[in-house]
Design a protein around this ligand. Structure first.
Ligand SMILES: *Cc1c(COP(=O)(O)O)cnc(C)c1O
Length: 482
């Protein structure tokens, strides 16, 4: 029986359904499994060649007991969650360069064209499954730097058990991302455009955390979170590392490096999880100029600085909250240390990890911070050399591999995770490819074009009044269910 506990050690173990529906652990920590399960010896090799849904079934059933979701229902939820992906492989793998073992894995073939679709579909469908069983309703609130909001809105659209409030920082996401939320014809989706967020999505995260921490409020409003605070997100994201590993390796057992454009560290924590399960992985943590993670790998100081708006806006994050899960496992799973460090970080915006933890954190990780200039020149270089169009986030990953050079032995394969479709960021692409060039077909997507012709609908408020505005709006909405 897999149970879930808090990184801060302050609540009794819960089962999978409770961890998913609550999102935040009630003591302010993050849910983690008591033990990270291992893939049974020899089993990994048997999964090679299987399609993604089959690998997902196998891996997810290590974390989800049959009593929580019976195997045939688990299969249905997985199949349903990936039915709207547009590519038969779901996550196609592309070798850019004949001479070098560098691959791009496209994680953006889902309905809203970013990697957030991969775990969000499953999470929302699993929530809906549990809520139907319980005859309950939930109010999902989530902060977004541009991609989580659309993924959640699309996954939740039309669900009877869920109303969803995506909150986004005004002017800090692309128009295309905004329209993905505001033109969705679904009455249970309530996008809110929030003005004056100095620290972008981090400011919104702080409000969401406060609402969850307010005594009694979460119960009254039936709040749930689908940010990567939610265990289910990182759990599902571990599967694409395993599937990607099996797709590129010649021999199961050889090491493979994944290069990941990172913001909140949810995707990279999922990679760590896959490694703990027994897959021989190494990682590059690719930051843009918001380099909290890169700084921590370099100096051992986990320190927040002011947010710098960049061209890769979905990773403009200065408080990568999933890093705490990684630190929890790296410090020997000591909830007292986590409690102290989280408290110090809240008060001073900086913590120095102890030497043992720093050594564990660095094990198998390289890191780098990429400037906007390098992001743009990488988009241009890869387009000219390979006629392949990268979005700015995927370009951060490809640039990171070039900047750091090949892994130690030079033979090891590297997989760059391409996390968004270029059609979500046409302004950056146009700026990169020079104004006189036509937008290449790869930079256009029919769903983005369709949204330009649809009416938009959203509410607007200031960050200072968001807490009361949102509480009122949710109260009004859920009266219908009481
Ligand atoms: C969310 C996102 C990331 C970063 O993922 P984290 O889990 O927050 O580190 C990278 N690229 C894109 C396009 C994203 O939307």
């Amino acid at each position: 029986m897999v149970k879930y506990i808090s990184t801060r050690g302050g609540c009794a173990p819960v089962e999978f359904d409770a961890a998913v529906l609550e999102g935040f652990a009630p003591d302010g920590g993050l849910f983690v499994p008591e033990e990270i399960p291992k893939i049974p010896a020899g089993r990994l090799a048997q999964l090679k060649g299987l399609p993604y849904p089959a690998v997902a079934r196998e891996i997810l059933s290590l974390f989800i007991d049959g009593t929580a979701i019976p195997p045939d229902h688990l299969k249905q939820i997985i199949d349903q969650s990936f039915s709207s992906f547009e590519h038969p492989d779901l996550m196609p793998l592309i070798k850019l360069d004949r001479d070098r073992p560098v691959y791009v894995m496209e994680l953006f073939r889902g309905p809203t064209l970013s990697f957030k679709d991969i775990a969000m579909g499953f999470l929302v469908n699993a929530m809906d499954y549990f809520l139907q069983k319980r005859g309950q309703h939930r109010s999902i609130i989530l902060a977004t730097t541009g991609d989580t909001g659309p993924a959640a809105a699309w996954a939740a659209a039309g669900k009877q058990t869920i109303d969803c409030w995506p909150l986004y920082p005004a002017g800090m996401i692309s128009e295309e991302q905004e329209r993905q939320m505001t033109t969705l014809p679904a009455e249970n989706i309530h996008p809110i455009c929030v003005r004056n967020c100095r620290d972008g999505g981090d400011d919104l995260d702080a409000v969401v955390a406060r609402l969850f921490a307010a005594p009694g409020l979460s119960g009254e409003l039936g709040l749930s979170s689908v940010n990567s605070i939610n265990w289910c997100r990182v759990m599902v994201q571990s599967v694409h590392y395993i599937y990607g590993y099996l797709s590129v390796c010649d021999r199961v057992g050889e090491p493979v490096e994944f290069c990941v454009p990172s913001g909140a560290f949810g995707n990279l924590f999922a990679g760590f999880l896959a490694r703990e399960m027994g897959v021989p992985l190494r990682f590059i943590c690719a930051n843009n100029r918001n380099r909290t993670l890169d700084r921590t790998f370099g100096t051992g100081w986990f320190r927040k600085e002011d947010l710098i708006p960049t061209l890769s806006s979905a990773i403009d994050i200065v408080i990568p909250y999933n890093f705490w899960r990684f630190v929890y496992f790296s410090c020997g799973r000591d909830p007292e240390k986590i409690k102290q460090w989280m408290r110090d970080f809240e008060h001073t915006g900086a913590v120095r990890l102890d030497d043992r933890t720093i050594t564990a954190v660095r094990n198998g990780f390289r890191s780098v911070s990429i400037s906007d200039e390098t992001t743009v020149s990488t988009i241009v270089r890869v387009w000219k050399a390979h006629q392949y169009l990268l979005d700015p986030h995927s370009a951060v990953a490809v640039a990171a591999v070039r900047e750091l050079g090949p892994a130690a032995d030079g033979k090891i394969k590297t997989v760059c995770l391409a996390t968004a479709h270029p059609a979500k960021f046409p302004q950056v692409i146009r700026q990169a490819l020079a104004p006189e060039t036509h937008m290449p077909d790869q930079g256009i997507h029919p769903s983005i074009e369709r949204e330009k012709t649809r009416p938009a609908r959203s509410k607007t408020c200031d960050i200072r009044e968001l807490e009361s505005f949102l509480t009122k709006d949710i109260r009004n909405m859920i009266r219908r269910y009481q």
